[in-house]
Design a protein around this ligand. Sequence first.
Ligand SMILES: Cc1cc2nc3c(=O)[nH]c(=O)nc-3n(C[C@H](O)[C@H](O)[C@H](O)COP(=O)(O)OP(=O)(O)OC[C@H]3O[C@@H](n4cnc5c(N)ncnc54)[C@H](O)[C@@H]3O)c2cc1C
Length: 189
Amino acid sequence: MTGAIVCGAGTAGLAAAATLRGAGIEVIVLEQTGQIGASWRTRYDGLRLNTTGWMSTQPGFRASRRRYGEFPSRDAWVQYLEDYAAHHCVDVRFGTHVRRLEAANGGWRVETDRGDLQARFVVIATGFDHDPNLPDWPGCERRKLLREVGTLIAEDVRRNRLNRRPVYATADTALDAGATEVSSGAVAG
Ligand SMILES: Cc1cc2nc3c(=O)[nH]c(=O)nc-3n(C[C@H](O)[C@H](O)[C@H](O)COP(=O)(O)OP(=O)(O)OC[C@H]3O[C@@H](n4cnc5c(N)ncnc54)[C@H](O)[C@@H]3O)c2cc1C
């Protein structure tokens, strides 16, 4: 039986794994994709963290301004997560989708698409904002829904298929999306 299994190699999963490892607990991280920080990698090109590097620093490895920038870009942040995992020698098993957890033998049985594992402790770090919550607006099903608003807008602008598109919201992603459109010569409203 392994000491601990962490589900998800994103920001939270890597921090949990490094902290557990630092406490002397053997840890395996199970990640469904083939890469660390998968959620960040698929976000839009122009993304910058709205938190500074020092505010976003994970336990035990500083996100230095010189190396990753004051407000790290998407790619700089992915690099930081890669460096973080390497720094802490985090053992990540890629391509492993966790399907189910069940209490067993004083610990947990973790059912994955690559077979079962046993661990004393399990951390679920599969992403609190991994799945977007799309409003149920009439007519939405006929439109191209914005799975992640910025990603699609950036793609559409690159392919020059849009010249006007509403952005509903004033939070960071919406403002980034609007700025992406404007800087690409499109009209944002
Ligand atoms: C556009 C955008 C901008 C953001 N900007 C900031 C910011 O500037 N600063 C900030 O602090 N936060 C920001 N956030 C929030 C940010 O997502 C969280 O702070 C943090 O990255 C979430 O980390 P996480 O590890 O919980 O999830 P994620 O990074 O989503 O990681 C979850 C991981 O679990 C894996 N996974 C999921 N299900 C399974 C499964 N069943 N089996 C195995 N693996 C699985 C996924 O593939 C993924 O790698 C932003 C979010 C968005 C959407």
